[in-house]
Design a protein around this ligand. Structure first.
Ligand code: ARG
Length: 462
């Protein structure tokens, strides 16, 4: 048996592990994706051990050179991953010993896989936060671009999915944008707690070697250090926080998706998603299905599942490390992959969306969307709001009976319901009049939408 194949873990155990147990308890199948971080952590650890006099400079250099070689082997697909070595940590360590001999056996001084794995997961997640942040930003910019283009385009605004009042499409896009601003803030906040160093906690109690954790933290770019060794090896809050952030963000994408599915249907026909983001049906030739938004809606449940998975994983664990923790990786990795893919496809899709102005306008005209404007108009003419509400209710009922929108009624028809109505009423009954009148911070007037976009862009330039 070569050193590479010899199991590193224990001389205490006299019987070999049952073959299926070996496979069952292994994590190398999914934790090998952290090989970079594992090597990075080991290089920092060896460097620190040298500074405090536990390793000589020559030993450190041999270890680092060996680790670099392993990195290249892995990248060139020449590394032989072995289930017998259980996980990414022991695979790399066994290979190091095979490559550089006795010196390789010194690397694990003053650490344990417990603090090693906690460090690797944090490094990996930190690394992945950065593309997630860029994709999120790309989606935000795509929304700002659509909002800018459609700042004055009229869309019926809904409550209860019934036409309520006209809004601008740009305003609607800026509502989505606002949700993503909060998501970005949550990600920044989560990153602070991800970026804390567990290494040095060793198995659970710390180590008898004179380690310098500040130095390790600095070498690895951690700006905090986990201050209690028991907590350091067992804490997975950061992973739960990340999946919670991801769940909220996916919930937002899922809501957007629901609207896109509705809007792109033949019944609404407000938007065209672009052929590149839809698929046909294998049997119905006329179909163009909004698969991407539907799939995002579906993937949202998967991310929620991952979040619940981690919450449940942690709730019964006594301090400190337990093997249960090995189960943290797949839900976390799956969340990262799903989120990254969803953001990417969403940013691309929003870049290709076409808005159907006429259809939206017609829909807004059909729904008595300016009824509130008429009530407000009467209030300005000194009619009490409740009375105004009734006048408008009667006018709408009349309109429905005669198949006319409010703006299509004649002055005489409107005056049947209130003598306070005069010619200037038509200024407020048009869709344009209605949106232009909501001209205050947070309102739907095109001028306000443009202001909101300018402010948003200035925040991105910071
Ligand atoms: N593969 C393990 C994990 O992912 C590494 C830590 C193992 N530690 C132990 N005491 N068995 O959690």
């Amino acid at each position: 048996m070569t050193t590479a194949n010899k199991k590193l873990s224990s001389a205490r155990l006299t019987q070999p592990t049952n073959a299926f147990v070996e496979e069952f308890t292994a994590s190398v199948q999914f934790d090998q994706r952290m090989y970079q971080q594992d090597i990075q952590g080991s290089v920092a650890h060896a460097t620190m051990l040298t500074k405090v006099g536990v390793l000589t400079e020559d030993e450190r250099d041999q270890i680092i050179a060996g680790l670099e070689k392993i990195r290249i082997e892995i990248e060139n697909d020449e590394f032989e991953w072995s289930i017998a070595q259980e996980d990414v940590h022991m695979n790399i360590e066994a290979r190091l010993i095979a490559l550089i001999g006795e010196v390789g056996k010194k690397l694990h001084t003053g650490r344990s896989r417990n603090d090693q794995v906690a460090t690797d997961v944090r490094l990996y997640l930190r690394e992945m936060i950065s593309p997630i942040r860029s994709e999120l930003k790309r989606l935000q910019i795509a929304l700002l671009d659509v909002a800018e283009r459609e700042a004055a385009t009229i869309l019926p605004g809904f409550t209860h999915l019934q036409t309520a009042q006209p809004v601008t499409f740009g305003h609607h896009m800026m509502a989505w944008y606002e949700m993503l601003v909060r998501d970005a803030e949550r990600l920044d906040d989560c990153e602070k707690r991800v970026n804390s160093l567990p290494l040095g906690a060793a198995a659970l109690a710390g180590t008898t070697f004179p380690i310098d954790r500040e130095m390790t933290a600095e070498l690895l770019g951690f700006d905090r250090i986990c201050l209690n060794s028991l907590d350091a090896v067992s804490d997975r809050d950061f992973a739960i926080e990340f999946t919670s952030f991801a769940s909220l963000l996916m919930m937002h994408l899922s809501r957007f998706s629901e609207e896109l599915v509705i809007w792109s249907s033949a019944q609404f026909d407000f938007v065209d998603l672009g052929d590149a983001f839809c698929t046909g049906s294998s049997i119905m030739p006329q179909k163009k299905n909004p698969d991407v938004p539907e799939l995002i809606r579906g993937k949202t449940s998967r991310v929620y599942g991952n979040m619940f998975n981690l919450f449940t994983l942690m709730k019964n664990q006594p301090l400190a490390y337990n093997k249960d923790n090995q189960e943290d990786k797949e839900p976390l990795f799956d969340t990262i992959d799903t989120l990254l893919g969803s953001l990417r496809v969403y940013a691309d899709m929003m870049g290709a969306i076409t808005v159907k102005e006429d259809a939206m306008r017609n829909a807004a005209l059909r729904g008595y969307a300016t009824a509130t404007d008429l009530a407000d108009y009467l209030v300005r003419k000194n009619v009490a709001f409740r009375d105004a509400h009734e006048v408008v209710g009667l006018s709408v009922a009349y309109g429905i009976k005669h198949n006319k929108d409010l703006a299509e009624l004649s002055l005489a028809e409107l005056q049947q319901f209130s003598d306070q109505i005069s010619e200037d009423v038509f200024d407020v009954l048009t869709l344009e009049g209605s949106i232009a009148a909501r001209n205050h911070l947070g309102g739907t007037a095109p001028e306000q939408v443009k202001k909101a976009i300018r402010y948003a862009r200035s925040q991105h330039q910071k």
